[in-house]
Write a protein of this length. Structure first.
Lengths: 413, 413
């Protein structure tokens, strides 16, 4: 997405020490490796412009439908349609409980952990700092711990303030707030949590949305533990999800996937069916490198997500600097969705929509050898054949939520 | 364990309606099926006598070592020994964070959710009650949801007040409190969360203890979501872990395992390497039945846990009504540990001990066909051969914590 040659505004001042100069060179080299292309006028993102914040302050996108959408997160109005019945909303709303417990606990201070604010530390860093003499060894241990605690993917990226929000927004106090972070942050532990294949295939439905809620709940819980592990070794750890900074550039740089047309990271292991969150730390961990596997080239020839998007919120054509409105990240050459159209559709169906994730040819169960063979084909020069096959074989079609429930009849013991 | 013929004290009054009479008959029949043998003088357990409560009020078991044990849950004093270094305590204490976040959030009200009090409902039951016309179908759906939300095992038992604590104990306020439950509870959803095989094999160590902490954290999070699912269907749901009631009798009746010499439930899928918690509800779910697979008979001839217990807290010989002190459940014929000796050992090593779990011949990785073959042998009349083989093949030996960490060097991607 980015390759600007000039320091992007205030975040990288012109006169700075040589180690900062070297750091910039390193980050720029990483940009090229990751395929990032940044324009000189790029400015980091202001969380105030995030769609979920805008509906709290921007008259142009506020509506009764938005208020009703949020109200149904707790008190749904089930309908007769499969996927939108009582059991479906019951499951969706239940799956969010842990994430909501975290996000609501600091309400009295105007905080919303995991969404507008980092997850509060459970306990401060240990007084004794574990000496890091073998960064590779410690990094492997940190990754081991992340996986043990529940992460499906983990990688390390260098800390990079370009992706940090210029300010955050309190949707409780309805005001912008400074995005304060501890000094000396060096690295980012990026973790991925996969979402249920069977459920994602039922999108749009409240049932499918339970995969998202469970993903958020798992992220909140596992991130809280992982960050505490880092603190227990004597280091700073800022556990952040949707708050504090963009996740995508860090996930790509940490080698966890490539950026796709649908504005999601496509991982090798789970395709787009994965949520990313991150722990910022001053621990000098060994960083990973981008691991492209042909996704950009495939997205270039594939429009399945853009085609399937009911409100036409996804772009056709090559990556560009175009943004539809203030919710798009300006100054970066990439595929950018129209977040207004996207969220408006959510408020109409009363649940989030991930049709783009469902129809993505990378949304497959890669534990199966045949699916891995297809993935290889998609990353090869036979990508057009792969796309043709994907459609012919019927991938991406919506599965019935009732069928997901039906599997309940199978006794697994 | 139990078969008393007379109603056990106040909990089953003598003059009661015929449906209550029928219910008692049903529970008694279930007792026989589960192998429970109860004496007429049996009284439900008072949580005040639980070892973790007693150390808060009973002078005879309070000590500086106990205080230090608890202090190290947050501020450990790492030692040089493998398994007790900074990284080991860092991991153990991190793994507990979610469980502790739940258990500490109601501190100002003297509550300790998941340990002395149920997990607080996130949201009250829906106004609309889902009609249950096909209990089997709904039960399958509930089980599906429990597994989706993270449970490794799930079964249903009939609600039974004999296993409910006569009173609970607030370790914050240091006082006994009434154990209040909603009226009309009918069934119990029992869920099991498996613990990491590799880590359990490093016991005793702070590293191994991370498997326990992670188990508790997973239980708290998943139970909170599962109970909310039930509430969202319009029913009561009391999410309880170590609080409110014993878990073992419900787990056995729900068909999730058999009772073992080491005072733990041995499940078919994970042996003793599993934690049980429960959701009490007024939903009329279809109950499961005990599923014995030869464990009682095997424990009869096997003393590996009792032999390996450093403080000699586990019983040799057949099940009996004997209890060493007030922390034992009186009036039930079973193997009962000496909880005072057990916990005293924990305070000496500054972490919990699960050597009995590690050495249990049922502590195997049953995803492997060879291990399933051994399990079959253990449940057959060749059980003595199985026990001999188990010892000869070197099962139960302590693995080095350093080796668990070493696996970190293996890049899994």
């Amino acid at each position: 997405m980015l390759t600007g040659q000039k320091p992007p505004g205030e975040s990288w001042p012109a006169n700075r020490p040589p180690e900062e100069e070297a750091r910039e060179q390193r980050l720029r080299a990483g940009d090229r490796e990751a395929g990032f292309e940044i324009r000189d006028d790029f400015e980091p993102f202001d969380q105030r412009n995030d769609m979920f914040c805008r509906v709290q302050w921007d008259q142009s996108v506020m509506s009764d439908a938005v208020a009703d959408f949020y109200a149904q997160q707790k008190d749904p109005k089930p309908r007769k349609a499969d996927g939108f019945r009582q059991r479906d909303f019951a499951l969706r709303n239940a799956s969010w409980v842990v994430a909501r417990t975290y996000s609501e606990r600091g309400q009295s201070e105007g905080k919303r952990e995991g969404f507008q604010d980092p997850i509060d530390p459970y306990h401060p860093p240990a007084a004794e700092k574990l000496p890091v003499d073998d960064a590779a060894q410690i990094t492997n241990e940190v990754k081991r711990v992340a996986r043990f605690l529940g992460a499906d993917l983990v990688g390390i990226a260098e800390y990079d303030e370009r992706w940090v929000y210029t300010q955050k927004f309190s949707i409780i106090a309805k005001e912008a707030r400074p995005n304060e972070l501890p000094a000396g942050l060096k690295t980012v532990i990026v973790v991925g949590h996969a979402m249920d294949y069977g459920l994602i295939n039922t999108f749009p439905s409240a049932t499918g949305s339970a995969a998202v809620g469970k993903g958020y709940s798992a992220e909140a819980a596992n991130l809280a533990m992982l960050a505490q592990y880092i603190r227990n070794l004597g280091y700073e750890a800022v556990a952040n999800m949707n708050d504090t900074a963009l996740a995508i550039p860090f996930a790509v740089k940490a080698g966890l996937g490539e950026y796709g047309r649908h504005q999601m990271v496509i991982s090798k292991e789970f395709g787009p069916r994965v949520r990313f969150s991150k722990v910022f730390t001053d621990m000098p961990l060994a960083v990973d490198r981008p691991q492209p596997f042909g996704v950009s080239e495939f997205c270039d020839i594939c429009d399945r997500c853009a085609d399937a998007c009911p409100p036409r919120a996804l772009p056709f054509g090559p990556p560009s600097f175009e943004v539809a409105n203030r919710s798009g990240l300006a100054g970066v050459k990439k595929w950018t969705s129209d977040a207004e159209k996207c969220f408006d559709y959510w408020t109409r169906i009363k649940t989030d929509c991930s049709i783009c994730m469902r129809v993505c040819p990378y949304n497959k169960d890669f534990s199966k050898p045949a699916m891995r063979a297809l993935r290889w084909l998609m990353g090869s020069r036979f990508r057009r054949l792969a796309l043709w096959l994907d459609i012919r074989l019927g991938f991406g079609k919506r599965k019935l939520p009732a069928d997901w429930w039906q599997e309940a009849g199978v006794t697994e013991r």
